[in-house]
Design a protein around this ligand. Structure first.
Ligand code: FMN
Length: 339
């Protein structure tokens, strides 16, 4: 169902870009839980895409589509070249990171600090759009930003940022509904301390009805996502999707009226198994894949034992799929709680 005030864009649900978390193994696993979720890579520095090991950074599984690559950077030429490379690798969109507050990223002058320089983001978007079009691929450039940064914290400032960037052809804005404080807070604190202000994001959709506005921040359930979709075009979920991935199995039925791709958590893991086996043969360590399963059985009897087996044994037995099979025994035949 399309929300009435967002008629021009179809509803979207996405799993947020998360460094160290949303790697290709994680995305493959998430795709088993929802066909509809748009999946994002971890943020990749544009310079790394240009000069690093491209296959390691950019390769993904065909099953991951739709998949969006997120780039960090502020040099338009570098961002443009990196965007064209990503388009050629087959990503469905290229997203510019204007939300990350970490010190390391600020020194590289990208991430949230760029919110203070909309003209830089606009120049990157323009150059990236041109470079991607030159590849002959129709890959949109999108932006993920905060509702404000430091003292720049008003509807007017956010609207000005959006306006300046949208002029360069960006039609999709993912807005994390918290401002970032660049001094004094760690990246983690910057995801909990500044208060959420979903209403500011809703007002941006009213102000820019033709843009696709996707809200992010603090959404912990599919019901909360549904409520947001009355105000905006799409929702993006980060920590809840990673820490309790079973919620993704509700995305297709609850938001798109389509059947869930799997009926149970166990079925999801069983369908993940052939992928795990194939990657083990290529030398990918077991834990690189099983770490993404730690939250799957959250709330199910035996989940704690499964987590313990996976987190203690998988790192020590990097090529032994038996660890995963043993871990699953705890949730297959749950032992009744003592007492
Ligand atoms: C471990 C971790 C890594 C993150 N890495 C990125 C990133 O690479 N790029 C980005 O734009 N946001 C990153 N974020 C922020 C998330 O994309 C998201 O905006 C934030 O967690 C708020 O959404 P949530 O409340 O649903 O988790 C990260 C968040 C976490 C928890």
């Amino acid at each position: 169902m399309t929300p009435s005030n967002a008629a021009q864009h179809s509803t979207s649900f996405s799993v947020a870009p998360m460094v160290d978390w949303t790697d290709r193994h994680c995305r493959y696993f998430h795709r088993l839980l929802s066909r509809r979720a748009v999946l994002y890579t971890e943020m990749l520095a544009a310079a790394a895409v240009l000069r690093g090991d491209r296959a390691r950074l950019l390769a993904f599984n065909a099953e991951e589509h739709p998949v969006v690559v997120q780039l960090g950077g502020s040099d338009p030429a570098e961002m443009a070249e990196a965007a064209a490379i990503c388009a050629e690798w087959g990503y469905d969109a290229v997203n510019i990171n204007v939300g990350c507050p970490s010190d390391k990223v600020q020194q590289g002058r990208f991430g949230a600090v760029l919110f203070k320089e909309p003209e830089t983001v606009a120049a990157c978007a323009r150059a990236m759009g041109q470079a991607v079009r030159a590849t002959g691929r129709a890959v949109p450039i999108t932006v993920k930003c905060r509702i404000g940064v430091d003292e720049i914290d008003s509807d007017e400032a956010l609207a000005r940022f959006i306006e300046m960037v949208a002029v360069e052809g960006v039609e999709t804005f993912v807005i994390h509904a918290r401002k970032a404080l660049l001094r004094g807070l760690s990246p983690k604190e910057n995801r909990t301390v500044p208060p959420l202000d979903h209403a500011r994001v809703h007002r941006m959709k009213k102000r820019f009805p033709s843009l696709e506005i996707i809200i992010n921040g603090g959404l912990a359930s599919i019901d909360e996502c549904k409520a947001q979709l009355a105000h905006v075009d799409g929702v993006m979920v980060g920590r809840a999707a990673y820490q309790t991935p079973w919620l993704l199995s509700d995305v297709d039925p609850a938001l798109f009226g389509e059947p869930a791709p799997v009926k149970s958590r166990l079925e999801a893991v069983e369908r993940f198994m052939p992928y795990v086996r194939a990657r083990l043969e290529e030398g990918v360590p077991l834990n690189a894949m099983t770490k993404h399963l730690l939250g799957l059985f959250h709330g199910v009897p035996g989940a704690r034992a499964l987590r313990r087996v996976l987190s203690e044994e998988a790192p020590k037995n990097p090529s032994d799929i038996g660890v995963l099979e043993r871990a699953l025994e705890h949730v297959r035949q749950p032992v009744p709680a003592a007492g």
